[in-house]
Design a protein around this ligand. Structure first.
Ligand SMILES: Cc1cc2nc3c(=O)[nH]c(=O)nc-3n(C[C@H](O)[C@H](O)[C@H](O)COP(=O)(O)OP(=O)(O)OC[C@H]3O[C@@H](n4cnc5c(N)ncnc54)[C@H](O)[C@@H]3O)c2cc1C
Length: 426
């Protein structure tokens, strides 16, 4: 049976923003169709199965449970949460240099924590907001790691590896004044069954059409037409949730639907790079209970300075960001596995080969063209806010990038989608 080629609202994208918008609209009785280019739901929230273990290959954590709309949604879907810590004094982390020398994990964690406190202080005082994190890092500068030692190594690692992971961008392109401290309490939690289960719960009962890559959106009498190889779907309004990288690539021809001012502001938003390599083992060779494995002083494009020991183990997940992530593009999975195993064997000693390996390609994936957005340079955050506040007559933008306080998150995406839906309903 062919499906209707008209709807009141067409939502482009079945990630958290698109599904959040569609759920709100459909629950209010608005006839809504969701189209997505991929053959699966969830966009950048996608759970892989590595040696049969549920491992999130995109978004993995709920950052800050308290007051977070994702907490309620995850709970409604029956998600099981697992609290994690990131180099906190007392955590059983393994910290080594590239040669395998072990650092004192407590001192390292102390320096690691001191970095974030100092970064927030520098941001709050507004000193030199346009200075990059790299330029501010060093003895006598705003981000002073303190006396050489394992704590100073922790401070520098937080600046050059940790911050890059949070922002998916290198420290040299992140300006001190652009960071919005994330102060939502409640801790970081992994979803043991993965984000895809939450996505499936949100999408339940919606009219979602997969493998529908949208090529153009055009004005027609009384509304808009969404066009692609699948044909055309007409609607009064369209909610477009394609990621920043895709919007900027021009892959979706919007004609003149986006005003020039919005187009120009779009160019100021950075689209970051973050990639994972997941190695599943039969036996853990790392100390029981280890949470994180950090390798300090790696080359700037080495993709393997940071690992988490996943609770659905024994599984190690590396997290590479910025140029470290981009360096993975074009490398064969076998090559990445060998390089990763060489690093891990130096850090952990004897380690059997993994029984399964999965790598991500968010940076080159045509439906994401990057991992998540960041404020890349002076004025970027203001531009983000202005785009977020823009409300077209018939075309609306939603997505993680357009929720300025919590961009780059699943909950930011969800909130943005719901806000646009509520605007349409008002
Ligand atoms: C490696 C990685 C780790 C992350 N870790 C976390 C984390 O731990 N916690 C957290 O909160 N967030 C994390 N994030 C960020 C989080 O995944 C995103 O902010 C969020 O999922 C974005 O949702 P969205 O709906 O805005 O976009 P998306 O999920 O990207 O949805 C957009 C949809 O549009 C579709 N689309 C694109 N182009 C077209 C087209 N032409 N036609 C039709 N459909 C199209 C895509 O297929 C996609 O499904 C991570 C992201 C990555 C990549």
């Amino acid at each position: 049976m062919s499906r209707p080629a008209t709807a009141e609202v067409v939502v482009v994208g079945a990630g958290f923003a698109g599904l959040g918008a569609a759920r709100t609209l459909a629950d209010a009785g608005v006839e809504t169709v969701v189209v997505d280019a991929r053959d699966r739901l969830g966009g950048r929230a996608h759970t892989g199965h590595v040696a049969g273990r549920a491992i999130d290959l995109g978004a993995a954590w709920i950052h800050g449970l308290d007051g977070n709309p994702m907490t309620a949604l995850a709970s409604a879907s029956g998600a099981r949460l697992h609290r994690t810590h990131w180099h906190r004094p007392g955590d059983p982390a393994t910290v080594v240099d590239p040669a395998g020398r072990r650092l004192d994990a407590a001192a390292f964690a102390d320096g690691f924590g001191r970095f974030w406190t100092r970064l927030d202080e520098v941001y709050a005082t507004g000193i030199e907001p346009d200075v990059s994190v790299t330029d501010a890092l060093g003895p006598g500068r705003p981000l002073d790691p303190g006396s050489p030692g394992d704590a100073a190594d922790g401070f520098r690692y937080a600046a050059l590896v940790g911050l890059a992971e949070v922002e998916a961008a290198d420290a040299e392109v992140l300006a001190l004044g652009e960071r919005v401290p994330d102060d939502r309490p409640g801790g970081d939690h992994l979803l043991l069954d993965g984000y895809s289960a939450v996505v499936a719960h949100l999408a339940d009962g919606l009219d979602v059409r997969l493998e529908h890559p949208v090529e153009a959106i055009r004005p027609v009498s009384g509304g808009l037409e969404v066009l692609g190889g699948f044909g055309a779907i007409r609607a009064s309004r369209v909610v477009l949730t394609a990621p920043v990288g895709v919007l900027r690539s021009g892959a979706i021809d919007l004609g003149g639907l986006l005003p020039d001012g919005i187009r120009h502001r779009l160019d100021r938003i950075g689209m970051g790079a973050a990639e994972k390599l997941v190695l599943a083992f039969d036996d853990p060779a790392w100390p029981l209970g280890t949470t994180n494995i950090a390798v300090v002083d790696t080359e700037p494009d080495d993709p393997f300075p940071a690992w988490i020991a996943h609770p659905n183990g024994p599984t190690l997940v590396s997290y590479a960001a910025g140029r470290r992530a981009r360096s993975m593009a074009g490398r064969a999975t076998d090559d990445l596995r060998s390089a990763a195993m060489a690093t891990l064997r130096r850090a952990l000693g004897d380690l059997d080969d993994p029984v399964d390996v999965v790598r991500t390609n968010w940076t080159t994936d045509p439906w994401s063209l990057g991992s998540y957005s960041y404020d890349g340079g002076p004025g970027a955050h203001r531009a983000r806010r202005e785009i977020a506040d823009w409300r077209g007559d018939r075309l609306h933008l939603a997505g993680e990038a357009w929720w300025p306080e919590h961009h780059a998150t699943t909950d930011g995406a969800l909130s943005s989608g719901r806000a646009v839906a509520n605007h349409i309903l008002a």
